[in-house]
Write a protein of this length. Structure first.
Length: 496
């Protein structure tokens, strides 16, 4: 029997009775047991809960055809709440936090038949590009354990790349799904802001945060998006738009999908700062799209060169406000207090002990840019330039269907290489921050390898709520290029 690899294959095998949900879950748990000690993708493995859910799916055999993710094992980033399962957001301040409710996406995945096997490691409060900011130790890149997996959803990316679960959820504020997906050689999708409910996602920067899937194939990403997307009475910012059928809209024939499509290439933006090996893989990918019938069109996104600066103003401002709730009273940690402590020193001690260096840096920066004397100069200006960034995209989409760039300017870097220099770290996000600033959907799909056989990702950004087009083009490319079949070294899973 062929071993299922993708979520679709797991689901079909379970529906056909070739595999039980309990077998699928056991297999995922075994693989985590064997592989995770070397990678540390998982913060928590909830084996008993997962096996109980899988057994319930098996008992309900008759209804399996109605469950689009019947028995599919999935991992969830540790900043998404699951009722009764510790949810740390990578922070000491939430080390023992057990949510009393499920995030909307968690409920929807389980209704669709998915089996959550555990929570994945992430940068503290999703702040970072390398997963080195987790208070509980970093995740390693399955392609080279001396290197970072990207961040902040590094655990989810590594779990899927190492075939521990076929799919996972992450959150993306400035690139945290797409960049680790690219660096780990898997698919990562950030939906349009508002496409997926944020209820139960621990907030970082609310006008940017969005939950989305990791997968080994575009089809699996579409399956997961299908399950989680749509309006939600618990989140007023979840858009009321109906959810199209992303899965059946995927093109059967790559050439049909690309014929007549226009792909925008912001050449000026790519002129500097992209490593040669990444550039070569990107150029090969876009010429493959051209061979399939697409037309490449130069587009100009003149304000995107300000995107990093704008992002780090707006994201830190919103973070400083969102993180004010960690006060030692309502959630998580309270530092030990002496007889002389008062309310203010309790706050100070708790926040000093509970937050890591990067989180503190961002709270200070965010508080500064929101302060009375600087609000107009920094925060307001940032919001204005954000509008200009969005308008550049609106203009580009008058003549193209999607905009293509490399997801990351480099392949995975080594641990410690950028930790001493936050600005260097922030530059890792140069191509990923524009889409969330403009609220647009964007996908990263593997497009080959750079030096040292490290994965490279192709990023496609689409019109608002047009996930269908980026999924379709990414799927057509993936089926033609075939990179999705590549697995990290020593991870070949033999038949069981
Ligand atoms: N790397 C970016 C940051 O550090 C993006 C993080 C994210 O998308 N959550 O803020």
């Amino acid at each position: 029997m062929t071993v299922p690899g993708t979520a679709r294959e797991f689901r079909d095998a379970i529906r056909a009775g070739r595999l039980t949900a309990v077998d699928a879950c056991t297999r995922a748990l075994e693989r985590i047991g064997r592989t995770d000690p070397a990678l540390h993708a998982f913060q928590t493995v909830s084996a008993d809960r997962a096996l109980a859910r899988a057994a319930a799916i098996d008992r309900g055999r008759a209804g399996l055809d109605r469950l689009p993710l019947a028995g599919v094992p999935i991992a969830i980033k540790d900043n998404i709440c699951i009722n009764g399962v510790t949810t740390t957001a990578g922070s000491r301040i939430l080390e023992h936090f057990v949510p009393p409710y499920d995030a909307t996406v968690v409920g929807r995945l389980e209704q669709a038949g998915a089996v959550i096997v555990g929570k994945t490691v992430c940068d503290e409060f999703a702040m970072g590009s390398s997963t080195e900011n987790s208070a509980f130790g970093p995740t390693k890149n399955p392609w080279d354990p001396d290197r970072i997996p990207g961040g902040s959803s590094g655990g989810s990316a590594a779990a899927v790349a190492a075939r521990m679960t076929p799919v996972a959820l992450g959150s993306d504020t400035g690139g945290s799904i797409r960049q680790p997906a690219a660096l780990c050689g898997v698919v990562g999708l950030k939906p349009t802001w508002g496409r997926v409910s944020r209820y139960g996602l621990i907030a970082f920067a609310s006008s940017l945060d969005q939950i989305g899937p990791f997968a080994t194939t575009v089809e699996d990403a579409a399956l997961v998006l299908q399950a989680i997307a749509g309006p939600d009475p618990c989140d007023a910012t979840a858009a009321a738009h109906g959810v199209p059928d992303y899965v059946t809209a995927l093109p059967n024939e790559p050439a049909k999908a690309l014929r007549g499509r226009k792909i925008g290439i912001p050449r000026r933006l790519l002129e500097s700062g992209v490593d040669a090996d990444v550039r070569a893989a990107f150029d090969a990918a876009v010429s493959q799209l051209e061979d399939l019938g697409a037309t490449l069109v130069d587009v100009d996104l003149p304000h995107s060169r300000h995107a990093i600066a704008v992002y780090y103003l707006i994201a830190t401002a919103e973070a400083s406000s969102n993180l004010a709730r960690y006060d030692g009273v309502r959630y998580g940690l309270r530092a030990p207090l002496g007889p002389d402590d008062d309310l203010i020193s309790m706050y100070e001690r708790t926040r000093a002990a509970g937050f890591g260096a990067e989180v503190k840096r961002r709270i200070m920066l965010g508080t500064y840019v929101l302060s009375a004397g600087y609000y107009d100069a920094y925060y307001l200006k940032g919001q204005q330039v954000r509008t200009l960034i969005r308008r550049d995209f609106d203009r580009a989409f008058e003549s193209v269907d999607v905009v293509a760039v490399p997801t990351s300017p480099t392949t995975a870097f080594r641990f410690g290489e950028r930790t001493e220099d936050p600005l260097q770290m922030y530059l890792a996000d140069v191509f990923t921050v524009s889409a969330p600033l403009a609220g647009l959907p964007a996908i990263s799909v593997p497009c080959g390898f750079g030096a040292g056989r490290l994965p490279v990702g192709l990023q496609l950004t689409g019109r608002p709520f047009d996930e269908t087009t980026i999924l379709g083009i990414a799927h057509a490319y993936e089926r033609t290029a075939g990179w999705w079949k590549e697995e990290p070294p020593d991870l070949k899973v033999g038949p069981t």
